[in-house]
Write a new protein. Structure first.
Length: 407
């Protein structure tokens, strides 16, 4: 039997996580594996939603709850959750006690009394469980009107969710204003919504956190970094100096870890040992774009591994040093040409003082005897200088296109 409850203003706030995979959200064409943290006030219906990239965790709860409270501008007297069952699952006794203490500290910082519903009794948390369905239907309707479920970036999807939640709150403005008068004051500042550990940087040029390898500048090898783990990112400090802020990675499976690699942090060492590309454990994650992977595979099919590794490493170095990493689909497609090697010259020329527009097909640059005549002389000299500095084995000279003969 269910006994309906009457809620008084300012007393109860509820938190829960909900799966939104049925919405089919993609970021730049890639499916987004995520869920929503959902906060709601029982009396007024004020709600806040936060995109969570990982699973249910204390870090996700702490970040989402604090965002909700500061957006609301006040604190209810009680906070109810479902005991973070997923966060506690498979934890050792010491870890469970630590998580319990951290949750109690979070509640104490905001002056809220922690409460929970009985495990497996969903209707005891009905004020938030039923709201999950209403929010997901509102998101579904908005996506249908938008015409596409693809977003340019994660920030764009988060802004879309905030807009829909804001519209729903706008319909409850009078009840929210009434409840705000009964809320407690916010503290002077936020408390920690991250986990912090001290992790050494290995000779591989990175560190491992939660079964994921992250690359850092090679000068940090041997140092110990203070790493703060958030839901979607890591903040790394050497002492009190911020060093890098990589996105947070996830293990591939229970038996296989993950890799978060920035090629710019390893390319200088890779140029000295290009053959490491053949069996590099994080080779696919090293390439900044899929086109680089296609190029490397094509070069291996049409030549030997030594040339493929050397040309690919030099291309990555060129992309880093001259900022000529291909960004348009046309230039990315031109990377996959069968012979492959002229792309080095193409990128070197493209990074010159100016790049005139031309209708000449990129795939015909290495065959034509006249398509180089439109290039500015300064860019041509820059490309020749780059080739003399980097072509130690003569691989590029045999593929170099000839300039048109003087008329």
């Amino acid at each position: 039997m269910i006994f309906r409850q009457e809620h008084e203003p300012g007393r109860l706030g509820l938190s829960d996580f909900t799966d939104v995979s049925a919405l089919g959200i993609t970021i730049a064409g890639e499916p987004l594996d995520h869920r929503l943290y959902h906060f709601r006030l029982a009396f007024s219906g004020f709600e806040h939603a936060h995109v969570v990239l990982g699973g249910e965790s204390f870090v996700a709860l702490a970040e989402g709850l604090q965002n909700a409270l500061w957006a609301l501008g006040g604190v209810p007297r009680e906070h109810r959750s479902d005991s973070l069952s997923a966060a506690f699952r498979n934890l050792a006794t010491d870890a469970r006690e630590d998580l319990t203490q951290r949750y109690a500290a979070l509640m104490g910082h905001y002056g809220m009394a922690p409460t929970r519903n009985n495990a497996g009794i969903a209707h005891e948390n009905g004020s938030i469980e039923s709201a999950h369905g209403h929010l997901k239907r509102a998101l579904e309707d908005a996506l249908l009107l938008r015409g596409t479920r693809d977003f340019a970036s994660l920030d764009a999807w988060r802004a879309f969710v905030d807009e829909i939640v804001g519209r729903r709150n706008a319909n409850l403005v009078k009840r929210i204003a009434l409840e705000k008068e009964a809320l407690g004051p916010l503290p002077k500042g936020r408390t920690t919504d991250f986990e912090e550990k001290v992790i050494p940087v290995t000779s591989s040029g990175g560190f491992i956190s939660r079964r994921v390898f992250y690359t850092v500048p090679s000068r940090l090898i041997g140092h110990r970094l203070r790493v703060r783990t958030f839901d979607d990112r890591l903040e790394c400090f050497l002492g009190v100096t911020p060093i890098v802020t990589p996105r947070r990675g996830r293990p591939v499976s229970e038996s296989q870890g993950g890799h978060v690699v920035d090629y710019r942090r390893v390319i200088h060492a890779l140029r000295r040992k290009p053959m490491a590309l053949v069996s590099l454990v994080y080779r696919d994650q090293l390439f900044p774009r899929p086109a680089y992977k296609r190029l490397f595979e094509t070069l291996r099919e049409h030549g030997d591994d030594r040339r493929a590794c050397k040309v690919t490493a030099e291309l990555l170095a060129l992309a880093h040093e001259r900022a000529c990493e291909p960004s348009s689909p046309r230039r990315s497609r031109s990377i996959s040409m069968p012979d492959g090697y002229p792309i080095l010259r193409h990128c070197a020329i493209a990074s010159g003082p100016r790049r005139p527009r031309s209708r000449v097909s990129p795939s015909s640059w290495h065959r034509s005897t006249s398509t180089m005549s439109w290039l500015p002389s300064a860019s041509y000299r820059a490309a020749r200088t780059w080739e003399r500095q980097h072509d130690q084995h003569g691989d590029l000279h045999r593929y170099r296109p000839r300039r048109a003969a003087a008329q």
